[in-house]
Ligand binder design. Sequence first.
Ligand code: NAD
Ligand code: MG
Length: 395
Amino acid sequence: MNTSSPTGRRRISILGATGSIGRNTLDIMSHLGGRDLFEVPAITGMGNIELLAEQARQTGAGFAVTADPDRYQDLKAALAGSGIEAGAGPSALIEAGARNTDLLIAGIVGIAGLAPTLAAAASGADIALANKECLVSAGDLFTAAIAAGGGKLLPVDSEHNAIFQVLEEHQRHAVERIILTASGGPFRDCTREQMAAVTPEIAAAHPNWSMGLKISIDSASMFNKALEMIEARHLFGVKPEQIEVIVHPQSIIHSMVGYSDGSVLAQLGAPDMRHAIGYAISHPRRANLPLERLDFARLARLDFFAPDETRFPALALARTAMQRGGLQGAVLNGAKEAALEAFIAGRTGFLDIADIVATVMDRLDDGRQAHGIDDVYAADLEARRTAAELMRKSA
Ligand code: NAD
Ligand code: MG
């Protein structure tokens, strides 16, 4: 277990501080009291050294880390005279996660967030988890690491945060279904022909939420919802068939839990990630947050549609991955990350992402289980390699 801070302030480390989740976290922390209330043992980013150094100075961070090993000197120079320790590369990232902290905000995007988040879990820190890829790729190992460390796992993904808020602890046995809401993204009403031609810029323009580039494109393909189905399975211990997805274009209901007596409990709010982040930071209390209040008369209506799985095959792929079990979550995620990066670089089409993931999942469906975290990394690498090979062949 972590030792307590000599200053009496609460310690919050932030992985991925320069991203969308990270910046929203710092905004909430500064609203809640900033440096009077919080100490920041470690903070990480990647390419945006200037912003990382500025955030480190503003929060008085102990350790600032760029994930890019080639940017160590730049970061050190940007922190000159501050007394803040600089680090760079994968091992410094893990060290950032492992530094004594009360709460770790896991805000790195992709499987790159797994190792430092696991290090924090092992140290006994509470984990506010935005990095869904930890659960998608390494679900059982990750939840076991949290249990062994003794910290709490607080979901920050808005849907899972909503479910966490309405999941009555003493009624868990009566949970019949988890209903994840999805905005449907920018292509909700587009044909496959229209989707075939889209650019990364068009795909990244989310109608409701302001998020990082990769998750915005994943929302357009509904791979984000696919990852969230697997995330929900691990977070709430439900069976795949208990997880439903409903398209709700207004993104006001953030998700719901259906109970055995037919009651459905929902959590509502404006589509602003600071709700979920503020909730996780303040848990088990509720803070006073200066966020938008819903005006129901102005909202007037909430719409719901069944998702179209022909246009959005990602959802069926998530169900397949859950049914197959083993390392298929890691394979789905690894292939998706490779195909997504290729799409962003203009090397593959938008609709190819799901085709590539499906083919890679079939090829690597060998019933292998994850005995340790190295198996997860090996499956991730193999999935990326297989995806790259497919893309090379079809180029
Ligand atoms: P982002 O792209 O805005 O930020 C990502 C952060 O991770 C940045 O600080 C970046 O420097 C760092 N990073 C990127 N690649 C890295 C690497 N290889 N190694 C180490 N660090 C790296 O992303 P985001 O939108 O803030 O999303 C972060 C995570 O939170 C994702 O897993 C996403 O699915 C999840 N999430 C985000 C939102 C949202 O509103 N943005 C909502 C729900 C869940
Ligand atoms: Mg979400």
